[in-house]
Design a protein around this ligand. Structure first.
Ligand SMILES: [Mg+2]
Length: 416
């Protein structure tokens, strides 16, 4: 089996003004959809980021993959590194962390290879990753403060404005009723810390048995984070990226017993060792989009086990190809003991045949396969590809978007 053609389709998907500490999400989020065509007629699918830097990297590497055997993952890595000798990151300067372009491009192209291997051998991707230790993956509800949507050109709003503790609890009630989530994560660092403390206390009153987390994305100084922890005594399952940077995380970790989790200070293997040496985090969020594909994200399991760290799963806004890959990775991740993050319920679009998947008590069954077990809906793809052409958004910039809602906004991390 050889790759004969690589098709990369950037798409724009209607999004909502979900607020975070660096700004607010734009009217669309961007993804790239990848198809590997082969000499035996099989097609492998992948989905990755769709912003400019990622697309440039994908397009530089794509022509060098012609003739590659999808089983040859080391060959894939070599071709990625040869085509991108300058390396570089993928993220805009307004983001809070960066990922190596080579890791992101390898990750984006590994999934269609695994999909092809699975289709060729009649096996699920999770079987290729060491086998399924579970067949249902547990996801948590991802809660956001949000503005009422200003621009309705690309799709309707959900919930209107959610900028108070009570409104946030109503949003959580909806997600729990609709999807059955048993864990809830609040994207924090948006309101004054006392209001976010009040939000979590009200969530605890409403959901006495749910696992609760907050992720302020580095918005707090160490003393502020310690204050929040003391006020939320016994409420948090874990606290994700309360402070900005490895040293601030380590300083906080030394004065609290609440487990600190991260998808900002540990995003590649080299940083695991620094985090362990400094005692900065107890839990790492894996993600097959940048931890060197699904095979790299499985290797992270072994690293976490050896280092006595917990493993959770990170999410960006995504659609069904990524969701299928997340399910296969979750199935093949023995160290994964926390419910996975997903932005999926915030979107209403889908690009795979059969349409949107439904959570059952917060869980999804791993697709049957072979491969990822999803097929591309080309009509749906071309609708979102058209939106990409019309929306005129080629990069993510939450800070710039925030100025449309709050003209005097100044980005500041940490803010409190
Ligand atoms: Mg995070």
């Amino acid at each position: 089996m050889k790759i004969t053609e690589v098709v990369i389709t950037p798409i724009a998907v209607p999004d909502l003004p979900l607020v975070n500490t660096k700004g607010v999400q734009q009217p669309v989020f961007l993804r790239s959809v990848i198809e590997f065509k082969t000499d035996i007629g099989l097609v492998g699918l992948g989905e990755s980021y769709g912003a400019e830097r990622t697309l440039v990297g994908l397009r530089k590497v794509a022509p060098t993959l012609i003739g590659l055997d999808p089983f040859d993952l080391h060959g894939l890595r070599q071709r990625v590194e040869t085509a991108l000798p300058e390396g570089g990151g993928i993220n805009a300067p307004t983001m809070l962390t960066d990922h190596k372009l080579t890791d992101v491009v390898y990750s984006a192209f590994e999934i269609p290879c695994l999909d092809l291997i699975g289709k060729k051998t009649g096996r699920r991707v999770c079987d290729l990753l060491g086998g399924a230790v579970r067949n249902e993956i547990r996801f948590g509800g991802y809660l956001f403060y949000k503005f009422a949507k200003l621009n309705l050109d690309y799709g309707p709003d959900m919930f209107g404005e959610v900028m108070t503790p009570d409104a946030l609890v109503e949003q959580a009630k909806f997600f729990v009723a609709e999807h059955g989530f048993q864990s809830l994560k609040l994207k924090g660092g948006v309101l004054e810390p006392d209001l976010e403390i009040e939000t979590l206390r009200k969530l605890r009153e409403t959901f006495p048995d749910h696992n609760l987390r907050i992720d302020p994305m580095g918005a707090w100084t160490v003393p502020t984070a310690k204050y929040v922890i003391d006020e939320l005594d016994g409420i948090l399952e874990y606290l994700e990226d309360p402070c900005r940077g490895m040293d601030a995380m380590a300083e906080l970790a030394n004065i609290t017993d609440v487990p600190l989790a991260t998808n900002l200070v540990v995003v590649e293997l080299e940083q695991v060792f620094e985090a362990i040496t400094k005692g900065a985090v107890k839990i790492i969020l894996g993600d097959h989009h940048y931890w060197c594909g699904a095979t790299g994200a499985v290797r992270l399991n072994h690293v976490c086990k050896a280092a006595n760290l917990g493993l959770s799963m990170h999410s960006n806004s995504h659609l069904g190809i990524s969701l299928a890959a997340m399910c296969h990775l979750g199935a093949a991740s023995p160290q994964l003991t926390y419910d996975c993050d997903t932005h999926y319920p915030w979107s209403t679009k889908e690009i795979v045949k059969g349409g949107r998947r439904s959570f059952n008590e917060g869980k999804l069954r791993v697709p049957d396969g072979p491969g990822l077990g999803v097929e591309l809906d080309h009509d749906a793809l071309s609708e979102l590809s058209d939106l990409y052409e019309h929306a005129m958004v080629t990069d993510r910039d939450d800070t710039d978007e925030m100025l449309k809602y709050r003209p005097n906004y100044i980005r500041k991390v940490p803010r409190w």
